[in-house]
Design a protein around this ligand. Sequence first.
Ligand SMILES: Nc1ncnc2c1ncn2[C@@H]1O[C@H](COP(=O)(O)OP(=O)(O)O)[C@@H](O)[C@H]1O
Ligand SMILES: [Mg+2]
Length: 272
Amino acid sequence: MSDELQPDQATPATNGKLALEVRGVTKRFGALEVLRGIDLSLHQGEVLGLVGDNGAGKSTLVKILSGFHPQDGGDLLIEGQRVGLSSVGSARAHGIETVYQDLALIPQLPVYQNLFLGHELTRFGPLRILDKAQMRKLSRQYLDDIHVNVPSVDADSDQLSGGQRQAIAVARAVRVATKILLLDEPLAAMGARESRLIIDLVKDLASSGRVSIIVIDHNFAHLFELCDRLLVLQGGRITVERQVHETSLEELTELMVSSYRAQLEAVSEAGA
Ligand SMILES: Nc1ncnc2c1ncn2[C@@H]1O[C@H](COP(=O)(O)OP(=O)(O)O)[C@@H](O)[C@H]1O
Ligand SMILES: [Mg+2]
């Protein structure tokens, strides 16, 4: 049987081909049903924003897409082919890179090793030893290019501020992502200057069109600047979908509030 897909309708910023499709994905933790059937498509070159209350399941969805958690049901397709993402390594091998909300960097490793995590440079030779000098040099250059300040690329990442750690994690993922980049609240710990740098970095990557991006952020203004399309996740399902150019901050806020109200009413009716 063929896994070939008919592409959805094209969104303006993309070529109409799908980078990723999520079909009917479910996930529970014990008695807690977190995802109740998630369907979404991510077009090649598209930036898709995901919003929803705390506990809505956004990070859980990202962790399924990055191979960190297995889903209980449903399918994942990359470029039309059904895939099983059994580990973070297997997702990486499919070109998926992730910045997690809760585990951005490895604290005991220096900045330059975090920047090359999973994509280390080695020197030719019988032992294929790590080329630390080259990784240090390229790290310094890269961070200077994108104007991210760190005291030293040799500093352990637990010596950095939360915002600096997030900036390094995003810089790493942007550098190595080949198909899909997942960003789970990448700006949460950042000040205004760092946020601006990172938004510009992600926008540069997006405008290259070579990578598709899913970004979670509570700040609608960030999402309106970065995204082509927005999805709202509530009660384990996608409840709202809007092209950014067809909506506004006001409408999105109103949609979220009214769909939240409908959900509360459904719950209280079920309990009555
Ligand atoms: N590993 C886990 N074990 C048990 N419950 C979890 C786990 N991860 C998340 N949850 C629960 O699943 C729900 C969704 O969490 P999460 O995906 O982090 O939401 P969001 O990112 O939208 O805030 C929450 O109620 C959370 O407590
Ligand atoms: Mg989260």
